[in-house]
Design a protein around this ligand. Structure first.
Ligand SMILES: O=C(O)C1=C[C@@H](OP(=O)(O)O)[C@@H](O)[C@H](O)C1
Ligand SMILES: C=C(OP(=O)(O)O)C(=O)O
Length: 422
């Protein structure tokens, strides 16, 4: 049975807290695949408790155990709502010995994967669609016999397809060259993949739009996962909507593999300063804007979009955003979800020629509000901080946060929010 969280904040809106964030699910899910490809030579430390990571870890562990049993039957693998697990496993299982049916939630079956599947087929994978052309579930029979080492791939739909291919590249007999067509979306995630591979001995070259990885052996080592900057973004939001805020986020690094660390710069627009502390970073609300931007491009950090759009709306800033094209194919159509829920505080988000503009002229805060979350963790976490401005914010299906930040509600309580469960 799903439950709703009734979120409120009594008394002065002053936040003074320290929050230890869980590990980045993006780093974890790469580390797990790399460790499996290295056959255990590469170890992983500080694994996240994000459901997407727990799921992938469980799948890889059971595959390791089963390979010892040498099962020939098709093995059903269910990634649930985890996009990275679906994309990374499509490539990983293609290279592995065995027959697999790779599936996920109903929403996962609507998230496109054809670009990755076709690239895998081109290099020799035996992979087909079990239901609808271009979408999960997938039938995969490995190991692939490599037929090509160069493949063209569209870069503007999801960077996860590219990361998935780059991670298996070193174990392919001929290596791999990816020629990226169109503008590369979510580029920092490709950089993260290449940086993590490099730290365990895998070299690459990236010239123009071509990335090449030759066949190479993994070096023994340990990948230590950093706390999650996407999760940190909700604390920036809380700081921005509070009257006063001093929030300490230990172990977080200013310079990070995670592109979402750019929240540090973006939040200057809303008066939030970031400083390095002895243990990590510290954020505070200075009450005055430190930067002005009228159009913000979020192509390199799509997971920050909901957080930033909701903050701007709540602060009544008629800002515009670009780079939001991929939001429609994530956990839900995040544009439609934002439009529906922002309407509840009188704000519209309108698109014209791929520019999305907020109109906050009718912004108002009702006494109570109920936010639908559309099976999307980021809808819950982006809207919950509105409890600093609205007497009671009901977040429907509160368990959605598990996907990336399972202790979100406990952390809100620690910071002084009241959370009642209905
Ligand atoms: O590679 C990754 O870990 C991710 C890449 C991004 O997806 P797209 O490349 O599809 O934008 C991001 O939205 C997702 O949450 C995690
Ligand atoms: C888009 C996301 O995840 P994924 O694509 O891995 O499901 C996300 O965490 O916001």
């Amino acid at each position: 049975m799903s439950k709703n969280a009734l979120v409120s904040f009594k008394g002065n809106k002053n936040i003074d807290t320290e929050i230890l964030l869980t590990g980045s699910k993006s780093e974890c899910n790469r580390a797990l695949i790399i460790s499996a490809l290295s056959k255990g030579l590469v170890k992983v430390e500080n694994l996240s408790n994000a459901a997407d990571t727990v799921t992938l870890d469980g799948i890889l562990t059971s595959l390791k155990e089963e390979s010892e049993l040498k099962s020939q039957d098709s093995r059903l693998i269910d990634v649930g709502p985890a996009g990275t697990a679906m994309r990374f496993l499509s490539a990983y299982l293609s290279a592995k010995n065995g027959n697999f049916l790779l599936t996920g939630t109903e929403r996962m079956k609507q998230r496109p994967i054809g670009i990755l599947t076709e690239a895998l087929k081109k290099i020799g994978a035996d992979i087909s669609y079990a239901e609808n052309e271009g979408f999960p579930p997938l039938n995969i029979s490995g190991p692939l016999q490599q037929t090509a080492s160069k493949v063209k791939i569209k870069g503007d739909v999801s960077s996860q397809y590219i990361s998935a291919l780059l991670m298996i590249a070193p174990i392919l007999s001929q290596g791999l060259t990816l020629e990226i067509e169109g503008e590369l979306t979510s580029k920092p995630y490709v950089d993260m993949t290449l940086d993590m591979l490099k730290s365990v001995g895998i070299e690459h070259s990236w010239t123009g739009n071509s990335i090449t990885i030759e066949p190479q052996a993994f070096k023994a080592g340990t990948l230590i996962v950093e706390p999650d900057w996407s999760a940190a973004s909700y604390w920036y939001s809380i700081a921005a909507l509070a009257e006063e805020a001093e929030i300490s986020l230990p172990a977080l690094k200013e310079k990070s593999l995670q592109g979402d660390s750019q929240i540090q710069k973006i939040m200057k627009i809303f008066g939030i300063a970031t400083s390095k502390s002895q243990t990590g970073i510290s954020i505070s609300n200075l009450g005055i804007s430190l930067d002005t931007v009228e159009i913000l491009d979020l192509k390199t950090c799509p997971d920050l979009a909901q957080t930033i759009v909701v903050i701007a709306a709540a602060l009544g800033k008629n800002m515009a955003f670009t780079g939001l094209e991929t939001l429609k194919i994530k956990e839900t159509d995040r544009i439609a979800a934002l439009q529906n829920e922002l309407a509840k505080i009188g704000v519209t988000l309108n698109e014209d020629n791929l520019v999305y503009t907020l109109n906050c002229d009718n912004l108002h805060f009702p006494d109570k509000i109920s936010i639908a979350t559309y099976e999307d963790h980021r809808m819950a976490m982006a809207f919950a901080p509105l409890a600093l401005l609205i007497n009671e914010v009901e977040i429907e299906e509160m368990q959605v946060v598990e996907k990336s930040y399972p202790y979100f509600w406990e952390d809100l309580k620690k910071a002084g929010f009241d959370i009642n469960i209905r």
